[in-house]
Design a binder for this molecule. Structure first.
Ligand code: ZN
Length: 406
């Protein structure tokens, strides 16, 4: 900003200079945080008084830290068009519960401290394009009655809990610079988007974005990056701060709504990812052994790979048990048990292989086995396993079907 000090009239169209104030440095654009606060106020008052169209053209103005207590009043109490592009606020900004009747332009503004607009009401267009909040950007409970543009803005943390967006909302980054990043916590809990088809999301990173009890129906999420979780296979996971157990219903609902949005746009791959999250919350919520089993066996009927591996494990386990119990040739079967070279019989692995091929797989396929377990208990166990294996095979078929139906 220092370089611009001499030519603020040229750079910012400085109204103070244009009004004939030649003193150096210019009170509006002086970057000195210790600048004369009463003189700064006096200047704002004069600019306000001279404005004949209720506009405050304050581009590039540097607001000293101490002015912020009366900031709203010095900016016309919400009755002036605020042109604050590239302005810098050195102190914390508090516009809580203030009403802005005219448009507010804060494009490229820099907030050195927390900026709070909680419970504020914006009756007109608001622009924060490229604004930089070096700390928190707080918009909880704010009401945006007209369009609001947050493209390319940045912050440490953004809170839009319970905010109401009644018109267009734009949250867009660029391919090489996503809006938000992995460390930016963004809270949209219980936010309301009255016109979801006017929510524009592009190149947005929602890895740390909480969407509990937010009405998401109709919003196009195609430009959004989501967080992932999972040790073995990555899958999409919505961000949340509270322990999962306390917010299952809300999470399930959020997954469902995002899934519906993707389905409406025929993006079935993404929809499937969110379906898994939805089912997971639903089944975990219902708790119990069945849910755990359903998850373990096939990721809620959603992973053919997992279902297949578990199916193989079950077959192998059955064969191992039969092997341990010992096998004998089935009556009438032309089958000789393999014997080891030293006459002590086959190794465990060979015997297991035989049990798998000539007993387990045959009985599962309802054909005549060539060997049978020597012990009745192994036979009974195997019959039970056959039921489990059939169910697992059905789950595998279900998961495959789901994968290819989409
Ligand atoms: Zn100036």
């Amino acid at each position: 900003m220092e370089g611009n000090l001499q030519d603020c009239e040229e750079t910012w169209g400085c109204v103070w200079r244009r009004a004939g104030h030649r003193g150096t440095p210019c009170i509006l654009h002086d970057p000195n945080p210790e600048k004369d606060v009463p003189a700064f106020h006096e200047a704002l008052g004069q600019i306000k008084a001279a404005s004949n169209d209720a506009t405050l053209p304050l581009y590039g103005t540097i607001f000293p830290a101490r002015v912020t207590q009366e900031l709203y009043a010095s900016l016309g109490g919400g009755h002036f068009k605020l042109k604050l592009g590239a302005a810098t606020f050195l102190g914390p900004v508090n516009f809580d519960a203030k009403w802005f009747m005219k448009m507010v332009d804060l494009d490229g503004a820099i907030f050195k401290q927390a900026a709070s607009f909680q419970h504020a009401v914006f009756r007109n267009v608001v622009r924060f394009v490229g604004a930089r909040f070096e700390r928190d950007a707080l918009f909880a409970n704010a009401i945006f009655e007209d369009s609001v543009d947050f493209d390319h803005f940045s912050c440490q943390r953004a809170d839009f809990a319970l905010a109401q967006f009644k018109s267009m909302v734009s949250l867009r980054g660029t391919p090489d610079r996503q809006l938000f990043n992995e460390t930016t916590e963004v809270i949209f809990d219980e936010a309301r988007f009255i016109e979801p088809n006017r929510v524009r999301l592009a190149y947005v990173d929602f890895k740390q974005c909480s969407l509990l009890k937010t009405d998401l129906r109709g919003i196009d999420f195609s430009g959004v990056r989501w967080g992932e979780t999972g040790k073995w296979s990555k899958r999409i996971a919505l961000f949340h701060k509270q322990p999962e157990e306390q917010i299952r219903l809300e999470l399930e609902n959020a997954y469902r709504q995002v899934r519906q949005s993707y389905e409406d746009r025929r993006d079935y791959g993404r929809a499937g990812d969110f379906y898994f999250g939805e089912m997971e919350q639903k089944w975990k919520g219902s708790g119990g052994f069945l849910a755990t089993l359903y998850r373990f066996s096939s990721s809620y009927g959603h992973s053919p790979g997992r279902a297949f591996v578990v199916l193989l494990l079950l077959l192998g386990l059955d064969a191992a048990f039969v092997t341990l119990s010992g096998v004998k040739p089935a009556s009438g079967a032309a089958y000789n048990l393999a014997a080891g070279a030293d006459g002590t019989g086959p190794s465990f692995l060979e015997a297991w292989w035989n049990a798998l091929w000539f007993y387990v797989l045959k009985t599962v396929a309802f054909s005549q086995p060539s060997v049978v377990p020597s012990l009745p208990i192994a036979d009974a166990f195997s019959s039970l396993m056959r039921i489990v294996i059939s169910v697992q095979a059905a789950l595998f078929a279900l998961a495959v079907n789901r994968k290819f139906k989409r």
